[in-house]
Design a protein around this ligand. Structure first.
Ligand code: PA5
Length: 430
């Protein structure tokens, strides 16, 4: 279950401002339901939930658990929507310091030479017991042509074939669209296993397709629970979306009032990458024709010691969206120290959870009093089902907000500009 509380944001609006935005969002909701808006050919993220493909989930589970058992290192090679969803779920649902299952590494999400070199060196290094690492690779690219991913895959493919010879073919998994550009040619030539991202699902909406499901399963996470969490969210929001409509209307009214930045903050490091996924979902969907809130991510309390001053006292155009967990389920308590040199015995016996909760409440109070509207997103538990809920909730929120601003939530024409300039500088034509 996932909901967003809006009281501490709504208090910055008068009734008229909220009513106007609410009407716009209700209209957007009709547009989405009637499939009459821009980009309706990309509503596959909803279609996949109306008729769950259990055979696909089973297949993802089977291949994922094979990788989970056999791999020492599993590399996810992709950028933007092709890796952010998987990373968000994996970071949320696996321990920070893993001693079971494969080490999950990322590639193809930038072009840093030092990073790639260090990654290759890491793959070469034997394990503590002296044996070589068992490496598996999942390359993910809908277009099959994205340069960051393609050159990382070229280098890693060579490494895999040098290391494993013909057996590399069974260790490389490719996820792409049916057309899939150059990647499909490579898959055909080498005979790698291929998984298809449906044409009607855009990259940043694709975490519940093989794009996200395969790497998530390979990290040992129950993809059924995740997927059916999203299905449950779909069914609930189909019947009653008052909380969602209120959230989107409040956010829209604040945007129309001049708020420009949506800072997604969390007091749980496990949820920072969920914020990163949301940053892309909101940013790439909203930022068109001069419109949209600039999304950013912060980890608290860490970033209260870097951004805190700006949030409390800087320009009053920031709103905050907190991601919280109802039951974080930790039991660690602060120990008593008879000498109490650090003066912390007033906290003895208190759990970290309790102290972190007070830090959250204190931050909300201070920021709210300092003029920052605050949304509080609440996950019931930090489990696959609740994360599935949150994923669909935010996908809906994105579609509704962007429709209400009159734009297409599902395209990203602006991303091409840097590619064009980069290709020119690289003499791609030549
Ligand atoms: O959301 C999107 O569509 C983008 O962020 C893409 O996922 C990203 O550009 C990667 O594209 P591709 O999967 O084609 O390599």
């Amino acid at each position: 279950m996932f909901i967003i509380k809006t009281e501490k944001a709504r208090s910055f609006l008068d009734d008229g401002e909220w009513q106007q935005a609410s009407q716009m969002v209700r209209k957007a909701s009709e547009t989405l339901d009637n499939r009459t808006g821009k980009g309706t050919e990309w509503l596959g993220w909803q279609n996949i939930l109306t008729r769950p493909n259990d055979a696909l989930l089973e297949n993802m589970e089977a291949i994922g658990s094979e990788i989970y058992k056999k791999a020492d290192v599993f590399i996810i090679c992709g950028i933007g929507g092709s890796y952010l969803g998987a990373r968000a779920v994996i970071k949320a649902l696996t321990p920070e310091f893993m001693d079971e299952g494969p080490e999950i590494l990322y590639a193809g999400h930038h072009i840093s030479g030092p990073y790639m070199l260090q990654l290759l060196e890491h793959l070469e290094k034997p394990k503590a017991d002296g044996n070589t690492k068992q490496v598996y690779l999942n390359v993910i690219s809908k277009s099959g042509t994205t340069m960051e991913t393609a050159i990382a895959f070229r280098v890693l493919r060579k490494w895999m074939h040098d290391r494993y010879g013909d057996e590399a073919v069974s260790r490389i998994f490719c996820t792409t669209s049916k057309k899939g550009g150059a990647l499909n040619k490579i898959i055909q030539a080498y005979g790698y296993r291929r998984f298809i991202l449906p044409d009607d699902v855009g990259g940043r909406f694709s975490v519940l397709t093989p794009v996200g499901l395969l790497p998530i399963a390979a990290a040992g996470i129950d993809v059924n629970q995740l997927f059916y969490g999203a299905v449950e969210s779909y069914r609930q929001l189909d019947k009653n979306r008052e909380n969602l409509l209120d959230y989107v209307a409040t956010r829209l009214a604040l945007y129309r009032k001049g708020y420009a930045i949506d800072l997604v903050g969390t007091f749980e490091p496990a949820l920072v990458s969920l914020g990163g996924w949301l940053q892309q979902l909101y940013g790439e969907s909203e930022g068109k024709n001069g419109k949209g809130l600039f999304p950013s991510v912060a980890q608290y309390t860490t970033d209260l010691h870097s951004l805190g001053q700006m949030i409390q006292d800087g320009p009053r155009n920031i709103l905050e969206t907190f991601l919280t967990i109802n039951n974080p389920g930790t039991s660690l308590r602060v120990n008593n120290d008879p000498r109490d040199y650090d003066g912390l015995n007033y906290l003895s016996g208190k759990s970290f959870e309790e102290i972190n909760e007070k830090a959250f409440q204190g931050t909300c109070q201070a920021h709210h009093e300092g003029g920052v509207p605050i949304f509080v997103g609440i996950l019931d538990n930090c489990d696959a089902e609740s994360i599935g809920h949150a994923i669909y909730y935010f996908e809906m929120a994105t579609a509704l907000f962007v429709y209400a601003t009159g734009e297409n939530p599902f395209d990203q024409p602006g991303v091409e500009a840097y590619k064009k300039a980069m290709y020119q500088l690289l003499d791609r034509e030549a």
